[in-house]
Design a binder for this molecule. Structure first.
Ligand code: PAF
Length: 281
């Protein structure tokens, strides 16, 4: 496995791989790798039919607001390198903030509307940071396929729209959520949870199961489903709901009924830790 830190070298490597007719699958991450991230490499190879896997490990300062956890975001570079190598990654791109952002950078990429709903309400500058860095990474790595996890479904829909609007050439694949045995969606932020919070955090995935059961039994009304989910989560005293919503996957606007192309998504705080989860119907 090769480690590249310079954007110029990464781009030169990709251009040379493309000249050799390699199909590059790209998995952007902020490191602190877990099974969820590593499964994205398999998806790039199987579903994306890629013969070359590039992963970026970069904790992007631009997507954290000043009051958020950029400084304390978990970092484990040596372990990440080993995990990536064992997962069959060919190249890890690990730039510094200075490599990615010049001090006088003035350019941002923003997907209007989709970025200001759901997680964008509590984190108003977050998706602008994500789309700016992902646009840069796609430009540098130049992959045919890029894989994101469904856990960050809003992020994935926003990036799909950016790629479409900016006529970028990569195919965006959304890979299934990987869960712990009890159903909690894998996330680097799970490490912040106390034992008590971890015990109650399973209510996110369980509330989505409640929704699924209601829908399978014929319930379509979003308000009724949301109320049942809210009641379920509120039984857990450490859980503070940020939002639960039923939206259309194209527009991310709320829908009164659960139809096809519907996303049920939620964000819940445990202390300062904010966890997200979702299902797509
Ligand atoms: O999902 C993440 O880990 C990040 O938002 C991403 C896509 C790597 C951009 O920094």
């Amino acid at each position: 496995m090769i480690v590249i830190t310079s954007p110029g070298e990464m781009n030169a490597w990709s251009q040379s791989a493309r000249r050799r007719e390699k199909r590059i699958g790209f998995v952007p991450t902020m490191g602190c790798l877990h099974r969820g991230h590593l499964s994205l490499i398999d998806v790039a190879r199987s579903h994306g039919k890629c013969d070359t896997a590039v992963m970026s490990v970069f904790v992007n300062p631009l997507q954290f607001a000043p009051n958020e956890d950029f400084d304390k975001y978990p970092r484990q570079w040596e372990l990440d390198k080993k995990l990536a190598e064992d997962a069959g990654v060919d190249v890890v791109f690990h730039p510094s903030s200075e490599d990615m952002y010049s001090a006088n950078a003035k350019t941002f990429v923003e997907v209007a509307d989709l970025s200001s709903v759901m997680c964008g309400i509590t984190r108003p500058t977050h998706f602008r940071g994500v789309t700016t860095v992902v646009a840069k990474l796609l430009h540098i790595v130049s992959p045919q396929v890029t894989v994101f996890g469904q856990k960050d479904a809003q992020q994935c829909f926003i990036i799909r729209r950016m790629v479409q609007d900016l006529m970028m050439e990569t195919e965006i694949i959304m890979a299934p959520i990987i869960r712990e045995i009890d159903g909690l969606a894998m996330s680097s932020r799970n490490a912040y949870l106390s034992a008590g919070e971890r015990g109650q955090a399973v209510c996110l995935s369980q509330s989505l199961e409640v929704a699924k059961k209601m829908i399978n039994a014929g319930e379509k009304r979003s308000a009724v489903i949301l109320e049942a989910m809210r009641t379920y989560i509120q039984r857990n005293p450490l859980a503070k709901i940020d939002y639960i919503t039923v939206v259309n996957t194209e527009t991310l606007q709320e829908t009164p009924e659960v139809l096809q192309n519907t996303l049920i998504a939620l964000a819940v705080y445990f202390g300062k830790t904010r966890l997200i989860d979702n299902i797509i119907l």
